[in-house]
Design a protein around this ligand. Structure first.
Ligand SMILES: C=C(O[C@H]1C=CC=C(C(=O)O)[C@@H]1O)C(=O)O
Length: 366
C-alpha cells in the first residue's frame, strides 16, 4: 500500500471505532468512492417501499425487523475526512466495534447436513422448485492489528469483477463484502438487473464452458422470477442468454435484463418486487421466504439483503449482499449459501458454501 492508502486506512478504521455512518465502495471497473453522514443519524426504515424517492447509501437486511432495519445513510460528505488523521495516528489499538449480535446456533457440517435434510424433503415432494440454504461461520481471535479498511483495499485488488464495499452504521455495525450480483442499477430511463446463479470453480483460472442441468435450472428459476416481476409492472425487458461470469475464484451463470422505467421515484416498489430473488431465497417466493426463516436455524441479518447507492436523480448501483462478513470486536461472522434443487447432493452443496466463504477467508489469510 502507498503511504496515502495507509493513512486513509487509519482514518477509515477510526471512523468505525467512533461509530460513524459511512460507506466505502468500488463498482467493478471504477475507482473507490466514499460517502459519510456527519450530521444527524442515518435513517431507519421498516419497509422497502419507503425507499421510493429517497437517495443515499442503503444497507437492507434479508428480513426487515426492529433488530435489522433498512438503513439509509444520507451523505453530507464524499471526501474521506482528514480531521480524524491525528486522532487515528495516535490510536494504538481498535476500540470496541459496534455491531449486531453474533448468531450462535450451528455453523458446522453436521448442522448443515441436518438443515439440508429439512430443505430437501419439501423439494422432493415438489412443494418448492428451489430453496437457498445458507450458513454462517464465526471466526474468533482477530489480531488487534486487523484493519477493515486495509481488507477493503486488498479486496478491490483481488476481486476486479465484484462490487466491493465496507460500510458502518450504528444500527448495522460493520459489514464488508465482495459481491458479483446486481439487484438494480441504472439512471434516467436505462435500468438493469441480473439473474445470477449456478456455481463452479474456475478451471485453470478460466471460465468453465460446460454447465450441467442442475446449474442451468437453478439460474433459469431466477431469470423466470425476474421476468415475471418485470412483466407484472408492464415492463418488457431485453434479456440476454445466460453466460458464465467470474466472481473471485468462482464462476456463475448470468443473464442480463435491461429495461426503461416510467418513474424513477418508484425504485423502492421495484426493489420490493425483486428482493429476495430465487438467487438467495426460492420459489414460490413467499412460501420459500417463510420456510427459510423457520428452518434455516439462524437470522441472516444483512447477508443476502442488498446494499449500495440509491440515487433516483442520478445513478443507482445496488447489489445483493453476498460473499460478505460482519466485523465485530475481535470476531468476524462470514456468510454463504447456495441454491438447492430436488436433485442436490449435500456434500457438493456444503463444498460450494465453503468455496464461497473462501472469498472472504482469502482476504484474512485464514
Ligand atoms: C447465495 C449465494 O450465492 C448465490 C449467487 C450465485 C450463485 C448461487 C448458487 O449457485 O447457489 C447463489 O444463488 C451466496 O454467495 O451466498
Amino acid at each position: 500500500m502507498t503511504p496515502d492508502e495507509i493513512s486513509t486506512c487509519h482514518i477509515i478504521d477510526a471512523l468505525i471505532n467512533e461509530n460513524r455512518s459511512f460507506a466505502l465502495w468500488r463498482i467493478p471497473g471504477e475507482s473507490p468512492r466514499f460517502a459519510m453522514q456527519t450530521s444527524g443519524s442515518a435513517r431507519l426504515l421498516y419497509n422497502i417501499e419507503e425507499l421510493d424517492g429517497q437517495s443515499g447509501f442503503v444497507i437492507a437486511p434479508f428480513h426487515v425487523s426492529e433488530q435489522h432495519p433498512i438503513v439509509l445513510i444520507r451523505p453530507d460528505t464524499t471526501v474521506v475526512p482528514s480531521a480524524w488523521h491525528n486522532r487515528a495516528n495516535t490510536m494504538t489499538q481498535p476500540c470496541h466495534r459496534h455491531g449486531t449480535t453474533v448468531p450462535t446456533v450451528g455453523n458446522d457440517k453436521e448442522d448443515y447436513a441436518y438443515r439440508f435434510n429439512l430443505f430437501i424433503e419439501p423439494l422432493r415432494k415438489k412443494a418448492f422448485d428451489k430453496l437457498v440454504l445458507s450458513r454462517h461461520q464465526v471466526v474468533d481471535g482477530q489480531p488487534l492489528s486487523f484493519s477493515p479498511a486495509a481488507t477493503f483495499y486488498e479486496a478491490i485488488k483481488r476481486y476486479r469483477y465484484s462490487y466491493v464495499y465496507l460500510c458502518h452504521t450504528p444500527a448495522t455495525g460493520t459489514w464488508l463484502g465482495c459481491t458479483p450480483e446486481i439487484i438494480l442499477s441504472g439512471e434516467k430511463g436505462e435500468w438493469h438487473t441480473v439473474a445470477l446463479a449456478g456455481t463452479q470453480p474456475l478451471q485453470d483460472g478460466e471460465l468453465p464452458t460446460e454447465w450441467d442441468d442442475k446449474n442451468r435450472e437453478e439460474q433459469e428459476y431466477v431469470a423466470f422470477y425476474i421476468r415475471k416481476q418485470l412483466h407484472a409492472l408492464g415492463i418488457k425487458p431485453e434479456e440476454s442468454a445466460p453466460s458464465p461470469v467470474r466472481a473471485g475464484e468462482l464462476a456463475h451463470l448470468k443473464s442480463d435484463f435491461s429495461f426503461p422505467l416510467p418513474d424513477n421515484r418508484k425504485l423502492g416498489d421495484l426493489l420490493k418486487r425483486l428482493h429476495p430473488t430465487p438467487a438467495v431465497c426460492g420459489l414460490p417466493k413467499e412460501e420459500a421466504y417463510r420456510f427459510i426463516r423457520e428452518n434455516e436455524g439462524y437470522d441472516r441479518s444483512y447477508y443476502s439483503g442488498f446494499i449500495g447507492l440509491l440515487a433516483p436523480e442520478g445513478r443507482s448501483d445496488l447489489y445483493v449482499n453476498l460473499r460478505c462478513m460482519n466485523i465485530l470486536a475481535n470476531t468476524l461472522v462470514l456468510y454463504a449459501g447456495g441454491g438447492i434443487l430436488a436433485s442436490s447432493e449435500p456434500e457438493s452443496e456444503w463444498l460450494e458454501t465453503e468455496a464461497k466463504m473462501q472469498t472472504m477467508k482469502r482476504l484474512l489469510e485464514i
